[in-house]
Design a binder for this molecule. Sequence first.
Ligand code: FRU
Length: 497
Amino acid sequence: ATTTDIFRPALHYSAGSTWLNDPNGLIHHDGVYHLYYQNNPLDSVWGNLSWGHATSADLLTWTERPVAISCDEKEDIFSGSIVFDRHNTSGFGQDGTAPLVAIYTSAFKAASGLEGIQAQSLAYSLDGGYTWTKHTGNPVLNRNSAEFRDPKVIRYSGPSGDYWVMVAVEAKDFQVVLYKSHDLKSWEYLSTFGPANATGGVWECPDLFPLPLDGDPNNVQWVLIVNLNPGGPNLGSAGQYFVGDFDGTTFSSATTVTEGHQDSERLREYRWLDWGRDYYAAVSFADVPDNRKLTIAWMNNWEYANSIPTSPWRSPMSLVRELTLQTVDGEAHLIQQPAGDWAALDAPVANFSLPETAISQGTTILDGAAGTVQRIDVSWTPGTAEEFGVVVRGEGGQGTRIGVRPAEGTLVVDRRESGQTDFHETFASIDTAPIRLMDGHYKLTLFVDRCSVEVFAQGGQVTMTELIFPSPTSKDVSVYALGGSATINSLHISQYA
Ligand code: FRU
């Protein structure tokens, strides 16, 4: 098999034979989920930035479509969002068909006369998102900045009125800038948020949305997502978030603990969407039925993005997650669950279960549990062990270890022996996240999909997402305890390929 086949994920989107980075323009429209993304249609490395396109009905199986918005001699098409302009406020609609409008960053080249400027531009679609026309009046919002990008537009409706709101970044100033518009074409400045919390790298790809706290429609709070690169909790790219309020003009954060701090000692005080190495540029889908808040991220890290060993395609997207806001220890936190219509997939090709089992010092391979595309649900009760957990994609000395150290309160993903790691000096890593006992247990849900491991711990309170590049024959699943014993309450594995 080629490297492409070995690492090609089954349950995650990857482009057929080209480069991708950030998800863009996420929207549910006419019963279809649309995923656009930063794409190099001509190569396996970053460049020629255009919007690639894929569609899905179940959020687990995706169909690649033709490139939606192409770069040209004047501009690269950087990240942005799409809205359904149902009342045709933009005037792009025709013959009663309301347009989808893409708001993207023009990264201008020499031929434009605006070389080096990043400004916001529009394109529209009248056929449900398959073909796009650039607006002749682009750019529509220009601050003469070289670092003004990644517009996410939402429809705001509140005491101050009903209008479009854009959040975008001034990347090097660690700022999110907010604008408002009635027609998507002329924009009025509202306010600026930041610097705040993590500022160890440029701020990119923001998102702003309301969520009811603990499902209470009378207690709606606002979440501001700010991706940053580098400066994440385990090196490189990552996404932080703030919880607070948005009054139609200003976002005020209730979770700011520093006015921007690069000290790595403080990173654990901030809110992270994911503590792993490979979860970047996460943003949410527009117009999902029942107001569900769904996100997807680029499963890679700018540290080594262009050198992961999967050519000619390069980088998968993450699984889609559903976000809710829940009170944990008196504070509002995002809780993340795998989304997607798993019931729509073919039934698992195999299932494996373990009843309650005491695990003593050592590592045990689970007979009949081997695989490369798996969902693993495991619940532990801690005992005397310093660490216990699961090893996936194992064989001989190879494997990726996902463990809990109860005394330290850490979740560990160790990919030092995960397979190919030498393509970049910072790839082989042991990464950690804070984790706390819940009702006497540690519950982990792991998704293994050929070149990745995604961990949802404690019902989605903590997540860690990491790429791995194991040998195709490394398929064993083991359980282990170090320095004592621990008890598995239950373990279930579904094999999907
Ligand atoms: C984030 C990012 C964005 C930019 C895009 C360019 O990964 O740097 O800020 O719009 O990628 O591909």
